[in-house]
Design a protein around this ligand. Structure first.
Ligand code: 5AD
Ligand code: FES
Length: 362
């Protein structure tokens, strides 16, 4: 006999089958799921929403992921690399506007010049902010030594999405070669945890070839890996990528959007005290997408503070929001948005994942 959603929600633990049911909930069932996840959120992480100023400082990338607009084979992209002085200016903006933390993201590179540059930037950002600004980096797969070097230079959180915990699916959405291996991705996540980072991961939702069971496994993977932070968003097809070929097999954008909200809700119930980001890709589908995610489980938002002239060139997917606004506009707009979602902004607080503090005490 199949269980009802109400019954599942009363349990303390969920099996994979339970999660698949929750991910398929619609109508009143979906509402019950969202009610429960917002209760859990308020109880365990409260109303605070933390800002991470996001700087996408370069779209130069060595990788060739089949879904990503800035993949190295895409010749239509105009490549940029924002100067250190500009990055430091944006970091200063974040510090002065009491953003608790900064996220430095770029395409993936592993040459020595790049590694040294990041180390230098991290040290300078720590200095200009009196050691106060928290720094998250999202710079792809690196050696353990590089992760350690950047950690020692001042980064304390790292985001590296697993994209999918299913190796077969991972291989379908990446070129099948050594540079794009699922094993390496997993190994890197492990290195990050070993070095001592608050470790974040995530997946794309609504990918071609992806099943509900894959997504349930993704959530269980995050739980098993004891991850501290998650950012996951809908897959949005980009017409200059190979995966675009499969666009007709996808669920509608709106269904991908709803499914992402249910993924966030279930994750919040499974991992009560982690930090969950309201992904920008949600806003590409629904102008209030991120606010909806904040209401039912997310507690982190990443306003884009990349200097405006380059924003339009960091298009991982089409219809990316906030590519014309300056950093100031984004802050004002964010405040209004968070009030709308009944949240409170955790200005000047690092907003570390509570889960991480518990994890390292163990
Ligand atoms: N749609 C949605 N998300 C994407 N990403 C890359 N390309 C796309 C796309 N087409 C996500 C990946 C990557 C993160 C930086 O952006 O999950 O890890
Ligand atoms: Fe960027 Fe509103 S969030 S302008």
């Amino acid at each position: 006999m199949t269980k009802s959603i109400e019954q599942i929600l009363l349990q303390n633990e969920y099996s994979k089958e339970d999660i698949v049911c929750l991910l398929q909930a619609t109508g009143e069932d979906e509402k019950a799921l969202f009610r429960k996840s917002s209760e859990v959120k308020l109880k365990y992480v409260g109303k605070n929403v933390y800002f991470r100023g996001l700087i996408e400082f370069s779209n130069i990338c060595e990788k060739d992921c089949l879904y990503c607009g800035i993949r190295s084979s895409n010749r239509h992209v105009s490549r940029y690399n924002i100067a250190d002085a500009e990055i430091l200016k944006a970091a200063k903006f974040a510090y002065e506007n009491k953003y608790a933390s900064l996220v430095l993201q770029s395409g993936e590179r592993s040459d020595k010049a790049f590694i040294n540059r990041i180390t230098k930037l991290l040290k300078e950002i720590k200095k200009l902010s009196n050691n106060e600004l928290g720094i998250t980096i999202s710079l792809g797969e690196q050696t353990k030594e590089t992760y350690q070097e950047w950690f020692d230079a001042g980064a304390h959180r790292y985001l590296l999405r697993i994209e999918s915990s299913n190796k077969d699916l991972y291989n379908k959405i990446h070129p099948y070669n050594e540079k794009h291996s699922h094993e390496t991705r997993l190994k890197c996540l492990q290195y990050l945890q070993d070095v001592g980072y608050q470790t974040g991961t995530g997946v794309m939702i609504g990918l071609p070839f992806q099943s509900y069971e894959d997504l349930a496994n993704d959530l269980l993977f995050m739980q098993k890996f004891d991850i501290d932070m998650v950012g996951m968003g809908p897959y949005i097809e980009h017409d200059e990528t190979p995966l675009y070929e499969f666009r007709d097999s996808l669920m509608s954008l709106n269904d991908r959007f709803r499914l992402t909200l249910r993924m966030i809700a279930v994750l919040r119930i499974l991992m009560k005290d982690i930090n969950i980001a309201a992904a920008t890709a949600l806003q590409a589908i629904d102008p209030l997408g991120r606010e909806k995610a904040l209401r039912l489980g997310a507690n982190v938002i990443m306003p884009n503070i990349t200097p405006t002239n380059e924003r339009a060139n960091y298009l991982l997917y089409k219809n990316k929001p906030c590519i014309d606004e300056g950093a100031d506009d984004c802050t004002n707009c964010m405040e209004a948005r968070i009030n709308m979602a009944d949240g409170e902004i955790g200005y000047g607080k690092w907003g570390d994942s509570k889960h991480f503090s518990r994890r390292i005490k163990k």
